[in-house]
Design a protein around this ligand. Structure first.
Ligand SMILES: Nc1ncnc2c1ncn2[C@@H]1O[C@H](COP(=O)(O)OP(=O)(O)OP(=O)(O)O)[C@@H](O)[C@H]1O
Ligand SMILES: [Mg+2]
Length: 507
C-alpha cells in the first residue's frame, strides 16, 4: 500500500488511494471514527502515548508532561525532552513516533504493509528541517518515495477535483503552527511553482494564545489580581481558547459566552468576534507581508493572481477570507477554501501513486517542478577586501533541481586546508542558517590561489548536496548535510530507542 502523510504541528494524518481511485483518510487503529491524530506525545518508560489517548489521560492527570509543537524544532540539534530514564529525545525521534503510529494505523486498516510513503513539508522549510523528516522516516524504516511541499499537495488535490487549469494560483496555507505561501501555475502537463515563502512560528497556536490572553484579562478585571495558573488551569485555558476560536468561525456567530473554570475560580467569559479579530490583526498582517514579499520576489503583483486557495485549519477563520477578498477583488479573481484539513494529505497520497508509477484513474499533471525556497551561498573571504562574505551560488525561487559550480582559491601560500561553509538564507541577514561545513585538505601545493571546485546541488525534494573537488589531485569530498550536524551522530541510538518504544494510540 502507498500512503501520503501530513505531519502537522497540531494534527497528523495519513491517506491512501481507495478502490475507486479517490484518496481516503486512514483511521486510528482502535477507533475507526478518528482520522486526525493530535501531534502530542507522552513518554512513560518504554511506552509512548500518542494523540487522542494522551488528551484523554490529561483530563485525569493534567500535570503529565506532554511534548507538543515539536515540528517547530525540526532541524535543531539538541534534545527536546529528557524522559524519566534520562533518555534524550531529539526532534527526529519524536517525529518518528508519530510516523510509526500512522504507519500502524494504515497497516491495521488495510491489512497490508506500507510499501511507500510521501511525507509533506512546509514549503519554506530549509534543508535541515527537511532532512529531519527524512531521518525520522529512516529511524522506523518507513520507505520514503519523496517529500512534497504542503501547498503543492493541496493544489494538486484542488486541481484534480476542480479541473481548473492554466491559472496562476496562490496557496495561502495557515495551519496549527506554520504559515506557507506558494504561487504556482498548473496545466495538464504539470504543476510549476513560481515562488514560495512562509513562517515557521505562526499558526493556530498563536491565535489560541490571543484568546487565552483575553480570557485571563477578564478574570483579572473581576478578581482584581492576576489568576494564579497551575497545570490543570493551563490545560483548560488552552482547550477553552481553541474551542472559542473554532466556535467563533461558525458563520453568523458574533460572540461566545462560555463558563470558564480555572483553578478555584469560575467566570462566564464573553469574547466577541470583533475582539478576536482585533487581537490577531497584527499576525494576519504578518502573513500578508510575507505574501507580498513572495509575489515581489517573483516579480508579479496581486492583480496577476487568478485563484487563491485557502488551506490549513486556521484558514477557516472568516476574517482571513474577508481580508484576502479585499486584496484579490478583481473581476477574474476567486478565492476558494479547499478541504482545509485534508487536502494536503490527499495530495500526498496522489503523489505517492504518481512517484511509484502506478496509474490513477483521473489525470494528474505528470510533471512537478518546485523552486528553491532560499538562497544558498558559500561563506568565503573576499580577496579584495579581506572580509568574510556570503558568496551566492543558488538564488531563491530557481526551478528545482538545480546545480551550481564555482572555483574558490586559497589566499595564502601556506594554506593547507580550505574550509567551506554553506549558508541557506532568505535574504542577507534574514533567516541565515549554516547547513554545515566541510574541510578539504591537506592541500598538496604551496601555491597561493590553489583552486578548489565547489558544486552545490539542490534536488527535487529541496534537499541540498554539496561536493568539493581538488581538480589537480582529483581528491573529492562529498557531504550530505544532516548526516552529522542535526544530531545524526546519535541516530543509531535513536533508532534503537524508537523501535523499542511501544506506541499507544487512541483512548
Ligand atoms: N473552524 C476553525 N476555525 C479556526 N481554526 C480552526 C478551525 N478548525 C481547526 N482550526 C485550527 O486549525 C489548526 C489545525 O490545522 P491543521 O491541521 O491544518 O494544522 P497542522 O497541519 O497541524 O499544522 P501545520 O500545517 O502548521 O504544521 C489548529 O490550530 C486548530 O485549532
Ligand atoms: Mg498542515
Amino acid at each position: 500500500m502507498l500512503i501520503g502523510i501530513d505531519l502537522g504541528t497540531t494534527f497528523s494524518l495519513a491517506a491512501t488511494i481507495g478502490r475507486n481511485g479517490e484518496p481516503i483518510l486512514l483511521p486510528d487503529n482502535t477507533n475507526k471514527n478518528l482520522f486526525h491524530t493530535p501531534s502530542a506525545i507522552h513518554i512513560e518508560g518504554d511506552t509512548a502515548y500518542i494523540g487522542n489517548v494522551i488528551e484523554a489521560r490529561l483530563e485525569q492527570n493534567p500535570g503529565l508532561p506532554v511534548i507538543r509543537f515539536f515540528k517547530r524544532n525540526f532541524g535543531e540539534k539538541k534534545p527536546l525532552y529528557i524522559d524519566n530514564d534520562q533518555t534524550p529525545w531529539y526532534p527526529e525521534s519524536l517525529a518518528a513516533l508519530i510516523l510509526k503510529k500512522l504507519m500502524v494505523d494504515a497497516e491495521t486498516y488495510t491489512s497490508q504493509p506500507v510499501e511507500g510513503a510521501v511525507i509533506t513539508v512546509p514549503a519554506h522549510f530549509n534543508d535541515r528541517q527537511r532532512k529531519c523528516i527524512l531521518n525520522a522516516a529512516s529511524l522506523i524504516n518507513l520507505p520514503i518515495l519523496g517529500l512534497l511541499e504542503e501547498p503543492i499537495a493541496a493544489a494538486m488535490h484542488y486541481g484534480i477535483t476542480n479541473k481548473k487549469y492554466d491559472k496562476t494560483i496562490l496557496v495561502y496555507d495557515l495551519g496549527g503552527g506554520t504559515f506557507d505561501i506558494s504561487v504556482l501555475t498548473m496545466n495538464a502537463e504539470g504543476i510549476y511553482v513560481m515562488g514560495k515563502d512562509g513562517l515557521t512560528e505562526l499558526g493556530g497556536k498563536e491565535f489560541d494564545e490571543k484568546i487565552g490572553e483575553l480570557i485571563l484579562n477578564q478574570f483579572k478585571e473581576v478578581l482584581g489580581y492576576e489568576l494564579p495558573m497551575d497545570a490543570r488551569s493551563l490545560l483548560h485555558l488552552r482547550q477553552i481558547s481553541e474551542d472559542i476560536k473554532v466556535e467563533l468561525s461558525i458563520p453568523g456567530t458574533s460572540f461566545i459566552d462560555k463558563v470558564c473554570v480555572l483553578g478555584k475560580h469560575t467566570l462566564e467569559v464573553h469574547i466577541s468576534r470583533r475582539e478576536f479579530e482585533k487581537a490577531i490583526e497584527s499576525l494576519l498582517e504578518e502573513t500578508e507581508m510575507v505574501m507580498e514579499r513572495c509575489l515581489k520576489s517573483i516579480g508579479i503583483s496581486t492583480a496577476d493572481v487568478e485563484t487563491v486557495i485557502l488551506v490549513g485549519g486556521s484558514s477557516m477563520i472568516p476574517i482571513i477570507k474577508k481580508r484576502l477578498s479585499k486584496i484579490y477583488s478583481g473581476e477574474n479573481q476567486e478565492i476558494h477554501s479547499h478541504e482545509p484539513m485534508k487536502a494536503v494529505t490527499f495530495g500526498a497520497a496522489l503523489h505517492a501513486m504518481q512517484l511509484s508509477g502506478k496509474t490513477v484513474d483521473y489525470e494528474l499533471p505528470p510533471e512537478l517542478r518546485g523552486v528553491t525556497g532560499h538562497n544558498l551561498g558559500v561563506k568565503a573571504i573576499n580577496p579584495k577586501t579581506g572580509r568574510i562574505v556570503i558568496d551566492n551560488l543558488v538564488k531563491k525561487n530557481m526551478p528545482l533541481p538545480c546545480i551550481s559550480e564555482k572555483t574558490y582559491y586559497t589566499t595564502s601560500s601556506d594554506q593547507k586546508r580550505m574550509r567551506l561553509e554553506i549558508i541557506q538564507y532568505i535574504d542577507k541577514g534574514v533567516e541565515e542558517h549554516s547547513l554545515g561545513h566541510l574541510v578539504i585538505g591537506p592541500l598538496p601545493s604551496n601555491e597561493i590561489n590553489y583552486p578548489i571546485k565547489v558544486k552545490i546541488e539542490q534536488r527535487k525534494d529541496g534537499t541540498v548536496w554539496f561536493k568539493a573537488l581538488d581538480p589537480k589531485t582529483g581528491m573529492e569530498i562529498e557531504k550530505v548535510f544532516g548526516d552529522d550536524e542535526a544530531g545524526m551522530a546519535s541516530l543509531p541510538r535513536q533508532k534503537a530507542l524508537v523501535n523499542s518504544t511501544i506506541i499507544i494510540g487512541a483512548a
